[in-house]
Design a protein around this ligand. Structure first.
Ligand SMILES: Nc1ncnc2c1ncn2[C@@H]1O[C@H](COP(=O)(O)OP(=O)(O)OP(=O)(O)O)[C@@H](O)[C@H]1O
Ligand SMILES: [Mg+2]
Length: 276
């Protein structure tokens, strides 16, 4: 069985096609890097897999059944994180608040709920954060708690939307290694969106690259090539390999680096052509 299958899927927002007639099959037990420029549709695709956005056309199957809201087999770490109002919570309460979808209430947990909170805190190595207030934690520590939340209820498919955002390179590596080892240990399928390919290179099985309303899925060698990316960006793209790193170039500028500096905004119209 596939973890995710798209059959001729079109996703539309505000009257515009974000993805057009996409067909793809993601196997179970794989680490998939989801890449593509700002606005390519990475977040939109994850929301559709979660059943939060119905396709305008086509069918999305998730773990063998049509995508539907509230599927307990799917864990999600959203890109937009409403953390400001939670500064006073300790780590344990923050994770506990996500049990059973009681996201911002503070449910009285039964023993099974408490065990699950402790289990996910242990899984992400955050037991030492249980008693500390969120307001005093670093960005990386909070991100680990968000990862813990997404693991509640033992999902088989994890959708992680930009888990590396605002982390420095050392913490980025630690986060990728943590998620990669959880993926293997628990036999999960992970979709991990990011703005840069290089931090994911050692971990990923396949790349799902979005651009121009289309998707390309395959190994790094199959997808991260001049011809494939030129088709997705609709302009000439060159791929440069250097010291074990990969650089995606549009003329003289490096696409991912430029995108990364704007990673919260859409449509910044800076005159480059990498907005598709
Ligand atoms: N509610 C909405 N109504 C209309 N258009 C929307 C809506 N939400 C998103 N969009 C547009 O859909 C496109 C895809 O957005 P999406 O957030 O999926 O991109 P993304 O690949 O996740 O980008 P980023 O890398 O910046 O996170 C963008 O052009 C965005 O402006
Ligand atoms: Mg996004």
């Amino acid at each position: 069985m596939n973890a995710i299958a798209f059959h001729h899927v079109t996703l539309t927002l505000g009257g515009r096609d974000i993805l057009s007639e996409v067909d793809l099959a993601i196997p179970e037990n794989a680490f998939i890097g989801v890449l593509g420029p700002n606005g390519a549709g990475k977040t939109t695709m994850m929301r559709a897999i979660l059943g939060l956005l119905r396709p305008a056309a086509g069918i999305i199957d998730v773990l063998g059944a049509p995508a539907t809201r509230g599927n307990a087999s799917v864990g999600y770490m959203p890109q937009t994180r409403g953390i400001a109002s939670t500064a006073g919570l300790c780590g344990w309460d923050f994770v506990a608040a996500a049990v059973d979808g009681h996201r911002w209430g503070l449910p009285i947990l039964d023993a099974a709920g408490r065990r699950d909170v402790q289990r996910v805190l242990d899984l992400v190595g955050a037991s030492d954060l249980a008693r500390r207030p969120l307001g005093e934690m670093s960005g990386g520590e909070r991100q680990r708690l968000l990862l813990a939340q997404s693991l509640l209820g033992s999902p088989r498919l994890l959708l992680l939307d930009e888990p590396l955002i605002s982390l420095d390179p050392r913490y980025q590596r630690a986060m990728v290694e943590l998620i990669s080892s959880l993926q293997r240990e628990l036999g999960l399928t992970v979709l991990f969106s990011a703005h840069e390919l290089n931090p994911l290179l050692g971990a990923l099985d396949q790349v799902l690259y979005l651009g121009g309303g289309h998707a390309a899925l395959g190994t790094v060698d199959e997808v991260i090539t001049g011809p494939v990316l030129s088709r997705l960006y609709g302009s000439d793209i060159e791929v440069v390999h250097l010291n074990g790193r990969i650089f995606v170039m549009s003329g003289a500028h490096e696409i991912e680096r430029d995108d990364h500096q704007h990673d919260h905004g859409h449509g910044h119209g800076d005159g480059h052509t990498h907005h598709v």
